[in-house]
Design a protein around this ligand. Structure first.
Ligand code: NAD
Length: 512
C-alpha cells in the first residue's frame, strides 16, 4: 500500500493528537510534537502531539471513572469486547504489519507476525474470560469454607519499548482488560503511530459496545510523561517493557510508592550446541534468532556456546546462511533484514565490535556499515570470542553474534548462566542426558529454556519473561493474568460457633 493510503486507512494524519480515551475523545492541549521517523529513509512519517499535564489528568480521570463500571461487568461479557478487538485487528493485519515495518524497520513478514500475536492473545483472553479461577481449600475449622478469588487491580499503566510496537501492548492491555482493569498505554516515543492505529481500533470497538476509557493512550518521552505515570499513586500496577537501565529507575520509583510492577527487561540469550546436534536445524534457528528484527529483539540469540568438536563445521553452516541475507527496505517482500533503529544503536554496535577485536575476538563475518542503502543499515556481524570479557555480559541491541567454544557440558551451562540477564536460552542436541540436564535445576537459569528450538519467537500460550536482571515479570499466557488482579482469601463460617484457627481458646474463663 502507498504510505499515504496506509496511514489514512489506519486513521493516522500528518499531525496527530497523542492523548486519547475513546472514539472522538482525542485531546489536544497544543503541547510539543514528537516525530515518527522512517528508519529506512530518515524521513518523518508523521508527528504526534505529546501528552501534557492537562491531557494526562483528563485521561487518568476517565480511566479511573471507567474502571468503576468495567470491573462490574461479568468477565465473559468483557471477553466479548476483547473478541471484537481481535477480529478488527485480524481484518487489519496486513496494514498494521506494514506500519510496524515502516515505523520500526523490522521486515513486513515479522511485522505481520507481531500483529498475529495481538490476534492470538485476544483469542486467548476470550477463553480466559470464562476462567480467572481461584482455588478452594479445606478449613481446619468445622463448618467453615475457604477459597480465594481474584478481583481487578485497578487502572494499569503500560510502558513499552520500540522494538515490539504492538505485541507487548496486547500481552498487557488485553489481559489486563479482560481481568476488569482499564489500561493507560505509554508507547515508545520512537513508534507512536502503531499505538495510534491500535488505539483507533480499540476506539471503534469500545464505541460499538457503548464504552470508553477502557483502552487509553498517552504519548511522549519516558523521562517526562512516562515518569509521571510511574509515579502516579492512582495507578496500582505498572507493567514496564524496556532496557535494564530504565527498568531499574522505573521499578525503584514504583516500589517507593509501594505499587506493583511487572518488569520485562533486556536479555543476553545463548544457544548451547552439543557435539551431536543437527547442525542444519541449529543454523536455521541461529539465523532467525540473530538477525530477526535486525538483532533488536529481547530474545535475540547473541551467544553461541558450541562444543569444540563441531564448532568449525557449525561456523561454516552459519556462514552459508549469512551470505544469503538480503539487507534492505523492510517493506520489500524479499528483504530478510531491515535497518537499525537509530544512529546511537549503530554507534553502540560498532563500539562493541571494536572492543571485541581489541580483546582477542575474531570477526569472521560482516560488521560494516552499508551507507549506500541508508545511514542506518549495517551488515550483521559474527565474532569468535576466545576470552570471557565484560562485553559478553552486556546486551548490545544489534545483530551481533558471539561464538565461543566449550569442552565439557558443565562448562557450557556455566557460560550460558554467567551473564546477569536471564531471559531466553536454548540447547541444540540429540543427547537426552544433555537436554534434560539443561532443563534441570542445575541447567539454564532463564525464564525460557528450549530444546531444539531457538531463543526467539515465543508462542503466546506460555508465560513470557525472564529472571535476574531481566526483571522476573511474566506476561502473556499461562497464569500471567494473576499479575493484573488482586487475590482475596475468603473464609466463610456457616455455623453458630466461632472456633479460632490454630485452636486458640479466647474464652473469658480464668486461666490458672
Ligand atoms: P528503553 O528502556 O529506552 O525505553 C523503554 C520505554 O521506557 C520507552 O517507552 C521509554 O519512553 C520509557 N522510559 C524511558 N525512561 C523512562 C522513565 N524514566 N520512566 C518511565 N518510562 C521511561 O528501551 P528501548 O530502547 O525502547 O527498548 C529496548 C530494550 O527493551 C532492550 O533492552 C530490550 O531487551 C528490552 N525489551 C525487553 C522485552 C521483554 O519482554 N523482556 C521486550 C522488548 C524489549
Amino acid at each position: 500500500m502507498k504510505i499515504n493510503n496506509l496511514l489514512s486507512h489506519l486513521g493516522i494524519q500528518n499531525t496527530n493528537y497523542g492523548s486519547c480515551f475513546g472514539k472522538d475523545c482525542w485531546i489536544s492541549t497544543n503541547n510539543q510534537h514528537i516525530s515518527s521517523i522512517n528508519p529506512t529513509t530518515g524521513e518523518t512519517i508523521a508527528t504526534v502531539e505529546q501528552t501534557s499535564n492537562t491531557s494526562y489528568k483528563q485521561v487518568i480521570g476517565e480511566a479511573e471513572k471507567s474502571f468503576l463500571k468495567w470491573r462490574e461487568k461479568p468477565a465473559p461479557l468483557r471477553g466479548q469486547l476483547i473478541r471484537d478487538v481481535g477480529n478488527l485487528v485480524r481484518e487489519n493485519i496486513e496494514p498494521l504489519g506494514e506500519l510496524i515495518a515502516l515505523e520500526m524497520g523490522k521486515i513486513k513478514r515479522e511485522g505481520i507476525g507481531e500483529v498475529q500475536e495481538v490476534v492470538d492473545i485476544c483469542e486467548f483472553a476470550v477463553g480466559l474470560s470464562r476462567q480467572l479461577y481461584g482455588l478452594t481449600m479445606h478449613s481446619e475449622r468445622p463448618g467453615h469454607r475457604m477459597y480465594e478469588q481474584w478481583h481487578p487491580i485497578g487502572p494499569t499503566g503500560i510502558i513499552t519499548a520500540f522494538n515490539f510496537p504492538a505485541a507487548p501492548w496486547a500481552w498487557n492491555a488485553i489481559i489486563s482488560a479482560v481481568c476488569g482493569n482499564t489500561v493507560i498505554w505509554k508507547p515508545s516515543e520512537v513508534t507512536p503511530l502503531t499505538a495510534i492505529a491500535l488505539q483507533n481500533i480499540t476506539n471503534e470497538i469500545m464505541s460499538d459496545h457503548k464504552e470508553k476509557a477502557i483502552f487509553n493512550l498517552i504519548t511522549g518521552t519516558g523521562s517526562d510523561i512516562g515518569s509521571t505515570l510511574v509515579n502516579d499513586k492512582r495507578i496500582p500496577l505498572i507493567s514496564f517493557t524496556g532496557s535494564v537501565k530504565t527498568g531499574r529507575i522505573v521499578s525503584t520509583q514504583v516500589a517507593k510508592r509501594l505499587g506493583k510492577s511487572i518488569l520485562e527487561l533486556g536479555g543476553n540469550n545463548a544457544i548451547i550446541v552439543t557435539k551431536d546436534a543437527d547442525l542444519k536445524l541449529t543454523s536455521e534457528a541461529i539465523l532467525f534468532g540473530s538477525i530477526g528484527t535486525t538483532g533488536q529483539r529481547c530474545t535475540t540469540t547473541r551467544r553461541i556456546i558450541a562444543h569444540k568438536s563441531i564448532i568449525n563445521e557449525l561456523i561454516e553452516t552459519i556462514l552459508d546462511k549469512y551470505k544469503n541475507i538480503k539487507i534492505g527496505d523492510p517493506l520489500c517482500n524479499t528483504t530478510t533484514m531491515g535497518p537499525m533503529i537509530s544512529q546511537d544503536s549503530i554507534n553502540k554496535m560498532l563500539q562493541a565490535i571494536e572492543t571485541a577485536k581489541n580483546n582477542n575476538g575474531l570477526v569472521i563475518y560482516g560488521g560494516q556499515q552499508l551507507l549506500d542503502l541508508g545511514p542506518l543499515f549495517v551488515e550483521p556481524v559474527i565474532i569468535k570470542m576466545n576470552d570471557q570479557i565484560p562485553l559478553l555480559y552486556e546486551e548490545t541491541f544489534a545483530p551481533i553474534l558471539y561464538i565461543m567454544e566449550y569442552n565439557d557440558f558443565d562448562e557450557a551451562i556455566s557460560l550460558q548462566n554467567s551473564v546477569p540477564q536471564g531471559l531466553s536460552s536454548a540447547i541444540f542436541t540429540s543427547n537426552l542426558y544433555d537436554a534434560e540436564t539443561f532443563l534441570s535445576t542445575r541447567g539454564s537459569d532463564c525464564g525460557i529454556a528450549n530444546v531444539n528450538v531457538g531463543t526467539t519467537g515465543a508462542e503466546i500460550g506460555g508465560a513470557f519473561g525472564g529472571e535476574k536482571e531481566t526483571g522476573g515479570g511474566r506476561e502473556s499466557g499461562s497464569d500471567a493474568w494473576k499479575g493484573y488482579m488482586r487475590r482475596q482469601t475468603v473464609t466463610i463460617n456457616w455455623t453458630k460457633k466461632l472456633p479460632l484457627s490454630q485452636g486458640i481458646d479466647f474464652s473469658q474463663k480464668e486461666i490458672d
